[in-house]
Design a binder for this molecule. Structure first.
Ligand code: URA
Length: 190
């Protein structure tokens, strides 16, 4: 069992897969260590590789729009990725890279123990919810698994490529807020 500091140190020094050879730096998760909401995307992009912080590039601006639309900001959530190092050329992380890095996501999940896990995009949803997950058909739907409420929304980069997806993603973020309320109300029934 890690502490947050030990986990961050392990990620920053990780050499468990080939992604470490080409990265500038690994990108540990960041945010509120008491949050009810863990957002999980696929892998750091170029800007994230430079700065060592998740979602600081163009996709991060879209993520901020989505958070703001739901009355949230970065201090309210914890943001991480399935793999912690930037895949060269921005390719999708390979299944074996994802599997090797899962130990860190498992440790983050154990430390945070969030009631809600939100997958940002297809890759995270296929890894965490179902291998056949279809993001265009199943975004915004909820499943309850191993004590976690899980959903997926469009990846902010997909919204950058197709801004018509923004409204649907905002609605999905509203449903995250509804889920937070539902969980609170179930803890303290009238
Ligand atoms: N895209 C991702 O999937 N993760 C980041 O941290 C940034 C961009």
């Amino acid at each position: 069992m890690y502490t947050w500091d030990e986990l961050e140190r392990s990620i920053v020094n990780c050499g468990r897969c080939m992604l470490c050879k080409k990265r500038i730096q690994a990108v540990p998760g960041k945010g509120n260590h008491s949050s009810q909401i863990m957002l999980v995307a696929e892998a750091p992009g170029k800007q994230e590789d430079l700065q060592g912080i998740p979602f600081v590039g163009p996709a991060g601006k879209v993520l901020d729009i989505l958070l703001t639309s739901a009355g949230l900001n970065r201090k309210d959530v914890y943001i991480t990725n399935i793999v912690k190092c930037h895949p060269p050329g921005n390719r999708d992380p390979l299944p074996e890279e994802q599997e090797t890095c899962m130990q860190y996501l498992r440790a983050e999940t154990t430390l945070l123990h969030p009631p809600i896990i939100v997958c940002l995009g297809r890759i995270a949803a296929q890894k965490l919810i179902s291998p056949n997950f279809k993001i265009s058909r199943e975004h915004g739907m909820w499943t309850h698994r191993k004590g976690y409420w899980m959903t997926a929304v469009y990846h902010p980069s997909a919204i950058l490529r197709d801004p018509a997806k923004l409204e649907e993603a905002k609605q999905d973020f509203q449903s995250i807020i509804s889920k937070v309320r539902e969980i609170e109300e179930s803890k303290y029934p009238l």
